[in-house]
Design a protein around this ligand. Sequence first.
Ligand code: AMP
Ligand code: ZN
Length: 466
Amino acid sequence: MLKIYNTLTRKKEIFKPIKKGQVGIYSCGPTVYSYQHIGNLRSYIFTDILKRVLTYNDYDIKHIMNVTDVGHLTSDADTGEDKIEKAARKEKKTAQEITNYYWKIFRQDFKKLNIDEPDIWAKATEHIKEQIEMIKKIEAKGYTYKTGDGIYFDTSKLKDYGELAQLRKQKLKAGKRIELKEKKNITDFALWKFSPSTSSGQAKRQQEWDSPWGIGFPGWHIECSAMSSKYLGKQFDIHTGGEEHIPVHHTNEIAQSETTFGKKPWVKYWLHARWLLFKGEKMAKSKGKIYTLSELENEDFKPLDYRYFCLTAHYRTQLNFTLKNLEKAKNAYDRLKNIIPTLKDNPSISLGTERKINKKYLNEFEKAINNDLDMPVALSVLWNLIRDKKAEGEIKTIQKMDKIFGLDLLKEERVSIPNNVKKLIDQREKARKEKNWQKADELRQKIKKLGYWVEDTDKRPMVKII
Ligand code: AMP
Ligand code: ZN
């Protein structure tokens, strides 16, 4: 029985999909104007774990992730410049060159971190028609108005606007932090923005489209409402994103979708990952120092060291990043990778006998992952299994656990060969040189018992973990 924390109800709930055995997930993806930093990547590791846990529980998943390649402005209050247009100008590239390049790097990071790609990558610029159609529907229902710079959603018309973020409790007042300008209510947001006129003095946009309201581009929120419904229908199971999406982006997605489809709740479970912090603040480009995955690699970390680091904290707690903390995680991960090949139910020893699962530890593990994806507890179960000298079935159990961790725990390439094995390999090489084939064979068996297989090649012996 899987339980997940639903931001909508602020409770841990038993997960029940709309359609038996199937789960539709939509995740807010990257804005591809720059490199994604490791904070961004933490939120995608969370989504990956969620998908793995659902798969483990035998659900069929359809996962959509958007790629924001237009419409995300530098300010959440619908002001400022389009992040993509700004980057294109700065780098003297076309908007498409910018978005394609950063999206490519992003996908490479996914691969390095063992993050499964979504079934569909949905790009905002490839769904302009769907977004216009949705705005037309919202307009037909009387929820829009026009200002000098765009078409806006009138949030005062929705009696339960802001339910996800519990905005009413927070009593947001106009004129306090946010400038109202032509907006009727501070929470109103742009559905369609007009392109700046040539007389405004602003640079001409590269990405703009014709629409019933004139030439322009979609607001940031409408892409997620339009694309999720295209691929997952008018109601679906899970929507994910970062914690900062709760008060604005996701609140506005709900307003648009529930107005258009008249279904409530539009999404059954809202899951939010909390931030990676750096020096006590959200890691963000605007806040100064960020780290990319490549930068960590330049510091001699492997991408999976970072994945392990993320698993040491629950996704609903903020996680402080320092290179020192990452180093600690790396050391623990290295230890794991070195111990696992030496475990006693290694295939080299139990060859021919049925290898089994350790039910006790696997049950504890399943309890942890099904308890709102509690990865720190799941990791501690793995460590307890490894430390338990009497435990049986370690390897097969670890194999199952790694379907969730995604840490390549049984993959050999990173494992350093222990000294005792190295010594035996050297002795065997010596025996071979002396043409003492019997001794070489005996040593090969000894090495095998320690979980390694030596293959003779022209140059030097090749060692594999078995
Ligand atoms: P962006 O590319 O800025 O639209 O962000 C992509 C995703 O990364 C969003 O889901 C954000 O919530 C998430 N994100 C941004 N900064 C952080 C951070 N410091 N820690 C965790 N997630 C973050
Ligand atoms: Zn979104």
